[in-house]
Write a protein that binds this ligand. Structure first.
Ligand SMILES: Cc1cc2nc3c(=O)[nH]c(=O)nc-3n(C[C@H](O)[C@H](O)[C@H](O)COP(=O)(O)OP(=O)(O)OC[C@H]3O[C@@H](n4cnc5c(N)ncnc54)[C@H](O)[C@@H]3O)c2cc1C
Length: 268
């Protein structure tokens, strides 16, 4: 059991990439040897500590892609190059694929970031990657250029308003790829309803499915119990966030509701 990963390390921000009006990527000169799908707890002293997916860990630097949605993430967006953040982890399970597999990655919102890290590793194993990235509009599509630059990865963009790529949901693009045949597994990170639809489509087509389940996390290593889900009683920070669809189907709240920091239910 790792103990040291539970203690935050103070790391300096060496670069900030502005992805769009809502999203920034923070690069730190530091590695935790994290794997795709895993997350860290990022800490801003005197404010809060929050779970954020690892968008890249290449052994010398790490990337974190953060959408500004509230007090913590807005404070992250106020940070500058040279400022320090606390990082502890890595925590949770990872995405994996077979050598040479033909896989589809279904990304919504900042889900493109951890799935890019996974695609980066999967192509090293000879995987053929169909990367389906969806957003409300063209200006919100994340990581398109980085994904396109990967050998053996094809990007499929969809936008709700039709301003780029397929006009509609990214799950419709996934369905077309599944109908064409050959996809062995689907990996989804994004809004829960998108992951639910994507996993159901994969199952119907006879493909494996893996989704990244997000629940309110405080400790990150299974002690506080805040991210325990109904049905299985599993803490998502330990058993997830990446889980096979067979396990996710047993979670009663998946696609229906989640709990806040006090355990109160909120419908999606
Ligand atoms: C495993 C995991 C990986 C994540 N990866 C990313 C990522 O790569 N990029 C990114 O921008 N966001 C990520 N998030 C979500 C991120 O943790 C929340 O958006 C962030 O904590 C919001 O905090 P806030 O103070 O800015 O906003 P708030 O207004 O406090 O929260 C906005 C919403 O974020 C969610 N949230 C808040 N606190 C937590 C928490 N402690 N744990 C889980 N969800 C919370 C709630 O649904 C809440 O309604 C991830 C969450 C989890 C569980």
């Amino acid at each position: 059991m790792q103990i040291l990963n539970r203690v935050p390390k103070s790391v300096k921000i060496k670069e900030i990439i502005v992805e769009n009006d809502m999203v920034k990527t923070f690069v730190v000169d530091f590695s935790l040897g994290a794997r795709p799908g895993q997350f860290v707890m990022l800490w801003i002293p005197r404010l809060d500590e929050k779970p954020i997916s690892v968008a890249m860990d290449n052994g010398s630097e790490m990337h974190f892609t953060v959408a500004a949605v509230g007090p913590f993430s807005n404070a992250m967006h106020e940070l500058s190059v040279g400022d320090f953040v606390g990082v502890r982890g890595p925590f949770g399970t990872e995405f994996e694929c077979d050598e040479g597999a033909h896989i589809a990655l279904l990304a919504g919102g900042y889900g493109a970031a951890p799935l890019y890290f996974f695609a980066h590793e999967a192509v090293k194993k000879g995987a053929k990657v169909e990367f389906i990235v969806g957003a409300r509009s063209a200006d919100l599509v994340l990581y398109e250029e980085r994904i396109s630059a990967l050998d053996c990865a094809t990007v499929h963009v969809s936008t709700d308003d039709g301003s780029k790529g397929h006009h509609g949901y990214n799950t419709q693009v996934l369905q077309e790829l599944l109908d064409a045949g050959g996809i062995e597994a689907v990996y989804a990170v994004g809004p829960e309803i998108m992951m639910l639809k994507g996993a159901e489509a994969a199952e119907a087509a006879g493909a494996k499915a893996f989704v990244s389940v997000e629940r309110y996390m405080k400790c990150g290593f299974g002690v506080c119990g805040n991210c325990v889900v109904d049905g299985t009683g599993d803490p998502v920070c330990l058993k997830g966030p990446v889980m096979p669809w067979e396990e996710v189907k047993k979670i009663e709240d998946f696609g229906k509701y989640h709990r806040d920091e006090f355990g109160k239910k909120h419908n999606f």
